[in-house]
Design a binder for this molecule. Structure first.
Ligand SMILES: [Zn+2]
Length: 158
C-alpha cells in the first residue's frame, strides 16, 4: 500500500518535472521571454500580443550555430517589435474580402523580420542557416528560403 503511494508520488513529481523542463524560460532578449518547448512544431516562432509576447524555440533550434541562433531570435524579436501579430489580427476581417492580402502581408512580414536581424549584422547567419533548410510543402504564410536569401543578399549589396 505504502509502496504504491510512493510510486504515485514519484510519478507525479516526475510528471511535474517533465512539464516544468518542457516550458523552461531560457532568458530574455530585448525584454521578450525566450521559452524552450520541445513539442513546438517550428524551430522558432513568436506568440502572444502585447504585453504577453514570448519567443518559443524547439530542439532543432539548438542544432544551429550560436550566431545563427542569435539571428533567428533577432528575427522573432523583429516580429514582436514591429507589431506583426497585432497587424495580422487587425487585418483578419480582410480574410473574407481579399484573402490574398493577408497572405501577402504575412510573407512581407517575414522579409521585414529578416531585415530587422540583418540590420543588426546577422543577415549572413540567416543566409547560412536558410541555405541548409528546405520547406516541407507549400506554405502560404512564409516565403520560401530561396527568396528570403535573395532579399537578404540584395539588401547587403545595397
Ligand atoms: Zn518569422
Amino acid at each position: 500500500m505504502l509502496k504504491t503511494e510512493s510510486m504515485i508520488h514519484s510519478t507525479m513529481i516526475a510528471g511535474f518535472r517533465k512539464w516544468w523542463n518542457r516550458k523552461r524560460e531560457l532568458r530574455r532578449v530585448h525584454g521578450i521571454r525566450i521559452v524552450h518547448d520541445p513539442l513546438s512544431a517550428t524551430l522558432s516562432d513568436s506568440r502572444g500580443l502585447w504585453p504577453f509576447k514570448k519567443i518559443v524555440v524547439n530542439d532543432h533550434f539548438f542544432r544551429l550555430a550560436p550566431p545563427e541562433q542569435a539571428a533567428f531570435i533577432l528575427h522573432e524579436v523583429g516580429h514582436c517589435k514591429l507589431f506583426h501579430l497585432e497587424k495580422r489580427v487587425l487585418a483578419l476581417p480582410l480574410l473574407f474580402v481579399r484573402p490574398s492580402y493577408l497572405n501577402r502581408l504575412c510573407i512581407e512580414q517575414e522579409h521585414e523580420a529578416d531585415a530587422y536581424a540583418a540590420a543588426q549584422g546577422f543577415g549572413p547567419y540567416l543566409v547560412s542557416a536558410f541555405s541548409r533548410m528546405k520547406m516541407d510543402g507549400e506554405n502560404l504564410l512564409h516565403p520560401d528560403f530561396k527568396s528570403r536569401i535573395e532579399r537578404l543578399r540584395l539588401a547587403q549589396g545595397a
